[in-house]
Design a binder for this molecule. Structure first.
Ligand SMILES: C[S@@+](CC[C@H](N)C(=O)[O-])C[C@H]1O[C@@H](n2cnc3c(N)ncnc32)[C@H](O)[C@@H]1O
Length: 260
């Protein structure tokens, strides 16, 4: 799929993604911002920034924030949240900034297994000595609770079976580090993070997942009712009386440095 078509899926439920799904990932955003040292005066770029919660968090830490995503409708929300930020519509494989612009770049589940070109671009726009924070699902996600949501979508979508496997390869042992090295970056030790995505109830949880790009693909193939029912069935037993639906996520990340 061309980057110009990304908005069809990721933008379709943009306001639901921004209000219901994206905020649940704040522990990942916080960990990557802290590990890369984003702070007062950092020239900072978030690649595949979506609706821009991470950009907003970086801006509250005093950084000069820049973001890029292929979905115009997600970016409208990012701009509304952080009006002073430099937020651009474009392709992560062809960043519209000059070589050596940023102290820090990040991408949270935005650069995946097949996206070496995007990581090369990230390395290009970093200053010498600059840091790249790259986070992704642990390869163990299939066995973790969040694997169930992906399974619910994949089991009814031909497209998602193959695509999701390719995307997920970045989580395999050593793979993200190899990608960083191929981009000319020196990766630090891989770090991991576990947290729960919180849903008030099953309806809330299903609504959150229906707003994600992979669900949109499945909806095109099988219709919204079928995707919704599949998610409902797969996630039902994660609901707890008085607690809601809590889904454990395993995230890993690498901080890699551009040689000085
Ligand atoms: C899993 S979401 C992550 C968004 C954000 N980093 C977050 O954590 O909420 C993947 C994002 O990648 C964006 N995307 C997909 N292909 C892209 C491309 N070629 N260039 C830029 N953004 C892209 C989508 O629009 C979507 O916002």
């Amino acid at each position: 799929m061309s980057w110009k078509e990304v908005d069809k899926g990721w933008g379709d439920q943009a306001k639901v993604w921004a209000a219901v799904m994206e905020p649940r990932w704040w522990p990942e955003f916080d960990a990557v911002l802290r590990a890369t040292g984003v702070g007062e005066g950092s020239q900072y770029l978030d690649i595949a920034c979506g609706s821009g919660l991470m950009l907003n968090m970086a801006s509250r830490r005093g950084a000069n924030v820049h973001g890029l995503d292929a979905s115009e409708r997600l970016l409208s929300l990012a701009k509304r949240r952080t009006p002073a930020a430099d937020i651009r519509h474009g392709d992560m494989n062809n960043l519209p900034w000059e070589d050596g612009t940023f102290d820090i770049a990040t991408s949270c589940r935005g650069i995946w297994g097949p996206n070496q070109d995007a990581l090369n671009e990230a390395a290009r726009v970093l200053k010498p000595g600059g840091l790249m924070g790259l986070s992704f699902f642990s390869a163990g996600r299939e066995a973790s609770q969040i694997g169930r949501a992906f399974h619910a979508i994949r089991r009814i979508s031909e497209h998602e079976i193959e695509w999701s496997q390719q995307l997920g390869e970045i989580g395999l042992e050593g793979r993200a580090e190899e990608m960083c090295e191929a981009a000319g970056l020196i990766p630090g030790e891989r770090q991991s993070l576990a947290f729960d995505l919180e849903g008030a109830d099953l309806d809330h949880e299903v609504r959150a997942w229906m707003s994600a790009g992979p669900a949109w693909m499945a909806i095109q193939e099988r219709g919204a009712n079928e995707v919704e029912n599949s998610l409902r069935e797969e996630l039902a037993d994660l609901e707890e009386e008085g607690i809601g639906v809590r889904t454990q996520v395993l995230i890993e990340f690498v901080v890699a440095q551009k040689p000085s």
